[in-house]
Ligand binder design. Sequence first.
Ligand SMILES: *[C@@H]1O[C@H](CO)[C@@H](O)[C@H](O)[C@H]1NC(C)=O
Ligand SMILES: *[C@@H]1O[C@H](CO)[C@@H](O)[C@H](O)[C@H]1NC(C)=O
Ligand SMILES: *[C@@H]1O[C@H](CO)[C@@H](O)[C@H](O)[C@H]1NC(C)=O
Ligand SMILES: *[C@@H]1O[C@H](CO)[C@@H](O)[C@H](O)[C@H]1NC(C)=O
Length: 346
Amino acid sequence: MKAPILSVTMAWLASLALADIKVPPEFKAGESLKWQIEIQNTLSTSAAVTPSVPVWDVDLFHVARTPKIIDTLRSQNKNVFIICYFNAGLVQKSDCDYNTTWDTPAYRGLLGNVWPEFPNERWINIRNETARTLIKKRITLARDLGCDAADPDNIDGYGVDNDDSRTGNKKTGWNLQPEDDIEFMRVLSKHAHNLTTLRGYTMLIGQKNAPEIGPTLLKESLVDFAVLEDCKGLRDKDADVFCDQFQPFIAAGKPVLSIEYPASLEASPIGSTKCSSTGANSTEYKASCDKTKGNAGFSTVLKIKNGDGELNGCTQYCDAGGVGTGVVVTATDPGKDGAKCPANST
Ligand SMILES: *[C@@H]1O[C@H](CO)[C@@H](O)[C@H](O)[C@H]1NC(C)=O
Ligand SMILES: *[C@@H]1O[C@H](CO)[C@@H](O)[C@H](O)[C@H]1NC(C)=O
Ligand SMILES: *[C@@H]1O[C@H](CO)[C@@H](O)[C@H](O)[C@H]1NC(C)=O
Ligand SMILES: *[C@@H]1O[C@H](CO)[C@@H](O)[C@H](O)[C@H]1NC(C)=O
């Protein structure tokens, strides 16, 4: 009769572990939770960082190369919530662990197809334990550097593999299915939630897009927030419209950080990576800032989506007073993007 008691005890312990996730009190869902994301270039630390917002999403390997980013943000606001972005479904040549680990004979077998849209990136075999261990190491690195959360990108390789318009090497090379990405997130989430941040909270982890697997990730309490791109389908007319599928996050108090990509935020001519000082034009501003498209309670930023300018320092906010207002450009220091990687990050 011992086994059932043991399994009941184990289930009880597991539920305790879930309840034990410690979230900083400031990190709560709501339109007023302002954030900024800058993953294209390294944040400039030579002066005060603008805008002054409580949540930042920055690139893990920029932070590894320039740890002063964390110190600078914290010196301005000790409670700032810092999310560290990294690619989880693919690895890219600029990642500090790429040349030293992934692209070496012992690990090269984990690399699948190059993503045609992003030629410096290759899909990895997320079913393989070794690959999972290397991505878990990135989460530990993020914690060690002082990040409060991980933003693992491209956890929707199943969408690429189930897209009939893609064939052969336009797919990931791993024939991924939703369950593969769910299991990958289980592994990453357990790892993150088992870490304590330098501020004494639980290391949190977000869901990036991937609405198809959201209900499972949320039901199992694997994710603590979401980062969405173009959930209204304004930029990519063929894309799914999926904002409303993230209302359960808002109901659970979990922030939904959403990005809209109005083309007119790019300074003319369109295609430039520069920020228009007046922001998106009235049609695009209104559509991007409209809160009635299943996106109530989301924290929204308007950003540039275009090659070398994608997710750069240019942002427009919706709460500044309307069309023509709310444009902020975070200062960056692109010269530091490829700086030498410290040993702990390779
Ligand atoms: C890896 O090597 C390539 C080619 O030599 C180089 O362009 C890239 O910057 C290197 N990456 C890192 C992170 O050092
Ligand atoms: C996982 O990948 C490593 C490195 O390529 C390989 O040695 C190992 O056999 C793989 N494991 C499985 C179960 O396929
Ligand atoms: C959690 O962390 C402890 C050490 O702090 C380690 O012994 C344990 O294996 C970890 N568990 C998981 C699921 O990662
Ligand atoms: C706003 O910008 C978009 C994208 O460049 C363009 O297609 C549209 O015609 C513009 N609308 C107005 C009213 O200027």
